[in-house]
Design a protein around this ligand. Structure first.
Ligand SMILES: [Zn+2]
Length: 307
């Protein structure tokens, strides 16, 4: 059906429509090659566009599905996070509660020790029942900022608590040291044969001032330091015989006379209960006994007040 021309663009085709049973007219349609090409291109474009649209549609559906899955995941995640925040709020409230109990306990300890009770009165330390944000239960939305504030406050409180306990420890250490330096035990065993104060002289020359107490027991009975301290002197001292003087600090010292033998040297540090000498009858003595003195700022006081 070529029309015989050479250039392909100018070729034309004839489409004939002939009735089958001869009765009607037959049609013939001349179609230029160019029109066929244009139609083919247009058709291809149309198909391509359709395919692209379909692909895009598929992709959109896929994305929507993925989004939906992600949303579900995020929702589940959010729920989990909220549960965790609730747990955190509960834990924080519990810690606060513990802290309050600790404050009470500290107050009790201070009162028991007759210390100034600042545990429950000093500003900045919250008492039980004071306002607390969050952690009070209920399904309301939980505020992370409030939780952060709470934990920051707890941290501050811990720092304060540490400082206060440290002060308390120093105070107690000082007390203990004071207590250890206080002559509070009997220096030896035996009977008190002479008390502190005026007495008739054991040597028969009227009355004399007795600056300590005499405790009599058998020769060689151990004599103990009645408090922690440092030996100031250990040796012969006139009427005291073999004598030990211990300085306990705080202006307090103790003296031990008439020993048969000494167990310490001057400059030596002793603890309460250490054996410092053995009972004897050296110096101005009428028999085996210990002459024991307690001195406050150099002045003899009644040792009985310390026992
Ligand atoms: Zn005496």
């Amino acid at each position: 059906m070529e029309n015989g021309r050479n250039k392909p663009e100018r070729r034309e085709y004839t489409v004939m429509i002939v009735p089958h049973r001869g009765g009607g007219k037959s049609f013939s349609l001349r179609v230029p090659m160019k029109a066929i090409k244009v139609t083919a291109v247009a058709l291809s474009c149309f198909i391509a566009a359709g395919v692209a649209t379909f692909a895009n549609y598929q992709a959109t559906i896929h994305t929507a599905k993925a989004d939906q899955q992600e949303l579900a995941l995020l929702r589940a995640n959010k729920e989990q996070q909220e549960q965790k925040i609730a747990q955190l709020a509960k834990a924080t409230a519990d810690v606060q509660e513990e802290m309050n109990r600790l404050t009470q306990l500290e107050g009790d300890v201070r009162r028991a020790l007759n210390m100034e009770d600042t545990a429950t009165s000093r500003s900045g330390v919250r008492r039980p029942g004071s306002e607390r944000a969050g952690g009070q239960g209920g399904p309301g939305p939980l505020n992370v900022d409030q939780l952060l504030q709470q934990t920051a406050a707890l941290k501050d409180e811990l720092a304060t608590r540490e400082e206060r306990l440290s002060d308390m420890r120093d105070d107690l250490t000082a007390r203990n040291s004071r207590l250890a330096a206080t002559p509070s035990i009997w220096p030896t065993s035996g009977d008190v044969t002479s008390r502190f104060g005026w007495r008739s002289s054991p040597f028969g020359y009227g009355s004399d001032w007795h600056p300590g107490i005499d405790i009599a027991d058998s020769y060689g009975t151990p004599i103990e330091a009645t408090a922690d301290g440092v030996v100031v002197s250990a040796g012969w001292n006139g009427g005291y015989g073999l004598f030990v003087l211990i300085d306990h600090g705080y202006g307090i010292s103790t003296a031990y006379g008439h020993s048969s033998e000494l167990n310490v040297r001057a400059g030596q540090r002793v603890k309460k209960g250490d054996t410092i000498a053995y009972m004897g009858s050296t110096g101005a003595s009428t028999g085996s006994h210990l002459h024991y003195e307690v001195r406050v700022n150099g002045r003899a006081v009644n040792p009985a007040d310390f026992l």
